[in-house]
Design a protein around this ligand. Structure first.
Ligand code: BV8
Ligand code: ZN
Length: 243
């Protein structure tokens, strides 16, 4: 894969990289994306599952869906794309701003991560907000809080819920701070997260999209690389590590 000269020049002068990632970067680990052909939500609409009202209407169904997703996540590994981003920390200041809740960037070794939509490994009680993390819950019944008996929910941002302010503003500031902002494996249709690459561009970052197909963002980016994250990112790492 030959990268265009302007990008190679940017890479050699850059100090600060941001990777804004979505479900596509975890696809090669075996986690279905949300809107692709095998997308989880092709079978069911997001509002049906990832919303507080859906949880209150049928807590066990929604809890079971997250348990199912956790089971998948516990069986998979970070892929070459996640690992290349972690490895690039040897050569640059790297910050990851992810929409994903699968914890794979952390497991791959990235050290600076903003989680815009929470983390499926963390849970909290909707009544007293006690956090219950890393605990392996048995069965598919929504668990009760040991402190107050309230229902436990996953610490992810559902549709209609605000993003954690510190994560969103931290991620947006990081993207604006970057010399190069990579947008990897996202359809860029979920807001306000999808504003972040646009803020980076406005602040003068060089915007590079890595996706297997064009997206809503493609017309705004400086460089659109069509390819799998697990192929392209290791090639960028190789370019740098061979310098
Ligand atoms: C909000 C956590 C303020 C849960 C997620 C009505 C009411 C309220 C809000 C709205 C509304 N209508 C619209 C909105 C705004 C709404 C929104 O944006 N809706 C969209 C669908 C239009 N946003 C919200 O509700 C947000 N909150 O606005 O609060 C508010 C408050 C009250 C009232 C009003 C407003 C909260 C949004 C967060 C939702 N939670 N996740 C969970 O995971 O269970 S979103 C979910 O989508 C995931 O986090 C996911 O990451 C994210 C984005 O999707 P992508 O990551 O882009 O995944 P996708 O499948 O779409 O794309 C994958 C891409 O990868 C594709 O382009 C594919 O080509 C590519 N790809 C595939 N394989 C590869 C690859 N690329 C490279 N390599 C490969 N191998
Ligand atoms: Zn409680």
């Amino acid at each position: 894969m030959q990268f265009k000269d302007q990008f190679r020049k940017k890479l050699s002068s850059a100090k600060k990289l941001v990777f804004f990632t979505g479900a596509g970067i975890s696809a090669e680990s075996g986690i279905a994306t949300f809107r692709g052909a095998d997308g989880i939500w092709n079978k069911m609409r997001p509002e049906e599952l990832a919303s507080f009202s859906a949880f209150m209407k049928n807590p066990n169904l929604i809890w079971e869906w997250y348990q199912h997703r956790r089971e998948i996540i516990h069986k998979v590994e970070p892929n070459a794309g996640h690992k290349a981003i972690a490895e690039l920390e040897k050569y640059y200041d790297v910050i990851v701003v992810t929409q994903n809740v699968d914890n794979l960037h952390k497991r791959a070794g990235s050290t600076k991560i903003f989680e815009l939509h929470g983390n499926i490994e963390r849970n909290f009680c909707i009544a007293c907000h006690t956090f219950v993390s890393e605990k392996q819950f048995e069965g598919n019944e929504v668990p009760q809080c040991e402190k107050c008996g309230g229902m436990i929910r996953p610490d992810v941002v559902w549709f209609g819920e605000n993003l954690p302010q510190d994560q969103f503003s931290g991620g947006e500031t990081a993207a604006e701070w970057s010399d190069i902002c990579f947008v990897v494996g996202t359809s860029a249709v979920v807001y306000p997260a999808a504003y972040i690459p646009q803020s980076a561009k406005r602040a003068g970052s060089y915007l590079v999209e890595i996706n297997i197909e064009p997206t809503e963002l493609s017309r705004f980016v400086d460089y659109s690389i069509i390819g799998k994250a697990g192929d392209v990112l290791p090639k960028i790492l190789k370019l740098i590590s061979q310098k």
